[in-house]
Design a protein around this ligand. Structure first.
Ligand SMILES: C[S@@+](CC[C@H](N)C(=O)[O-])C[C@H]1O[C@@H](n2cnc3c(N)ncnc32)[C@H](O)[C@@H]1O
Length: 240
């Protein structure tokens, strides 16, 4: 019954253009409360149940040795085409599995801002950055609606396995876009929902179509979807 409500209510509240929903700072009308699954929070956005955020108590999973084989971070780095001097946000940075790789590529003139909502995650992140003697990194404690970033200051917003956990995806995306320089990119890296063989629960995967649907209400254009990674797709958008 509740699931039926999700489908029906999505139709009642269709995606509205950014210019309509951007008026004021109110929440997006696409949010609904319905059936809560084991991995989800029972809050739905444009037909998708939002996942529980990953607790810092499970942080060792982010540094598991087999992760390199499953995700090929080297391929992701190549696809990002980073330049020396770039300012990059590792949004929902966790322990910094991707932050240090980006920091090495953007060089001393560039910068990586690691944003997370859990101070415990940021403490682990800082320890990992210090162990690699990285000086071009900075931790930022955000909230679930505000990443606390200066306007038009960021070249690339990287989200690996994070966006599906945002409990306010509309507000977070609006704030991320404000922080991007004109022409800056948002790269969403999510486990593919389309791949039923992946050992990842449904709430922690996203389809390419759903990502595009959720971004369609914002002032960004889709650039490409890169399929080079074994488990994830990289869906790339540019600020208009
Ligand atoms: C599954 S972990 C991924 C960590 C890292 N990106 C990686 O790939 O190793 C998701 C992280 O996103 C963070 N997160 C969830 N919601 C967030 C939000 N609204 N803003 C910033 N970080 C958030 C969680 O605290 C957690 O550290």
């Amino acid at each position: 019954m509740a699931l039926l409500c999700v489908a029906a209510c999505s139709e009642i509240a269709p995606i509205r253009p950014y210019t309509e929903v951007h008026a004021g700072d109110g929440p997006h009308p696409g949010y609904l409360t319905a059936l809560r699954t084991r991995e989800g929070v029972g809050k739905y956005y444009l037909g998708r149940e939002i996942a529980h955020y990953m607790s810092h108590q499970g942080a060792s999973w982010l540094e598991r040795p087999e992760r390199a084989k499953e995700e090929h971070p080297d391929l992701l780095m190549t696809a990002l085409a980073l330049k020396q001097g770039d300012v990059v946000v590792d949004m929902g940075c966790g322990t910094g599995y991707y932050s240090w790789r980006v920091a090495e590529r953007v060089g001393a003139q560039g910068k990586v801002l690691g944003v997370d909502i859990q101070p415990e995650m940021l403490a682990l992140w800082a320890k990992n950055m210090a162990a690699r003697n990285l000086l071009n990194v900075e931790a930022v404690l955000g909230t679930t609606t505000d990443p606390r970033l200066p306007a038009e200051s960021v070249d690339l917003m990287l989200l690996v396995d994070v966006y599906h956990e945002f409990d306010h995806p509309f507000e977070m995306t609006r704030a991320m876009i404000r922080a991007l320089k004109p022409g800056g990119r948002i790269v969403m890296v999510e486990y593919r929902l389309e791949d039923t063989r992946l050992p990842i629960s449904t709430a922690h995967k996203m389809s390419e179509a759903q990502i595009k649907k959720e971004m369609a209400v914002h002032p960004v254009v889709w650039v490409e979807t890169n399929h080079a990674l074994p488990w994830q797709h990289m869906v790339i958008f540019r600020k208009q």
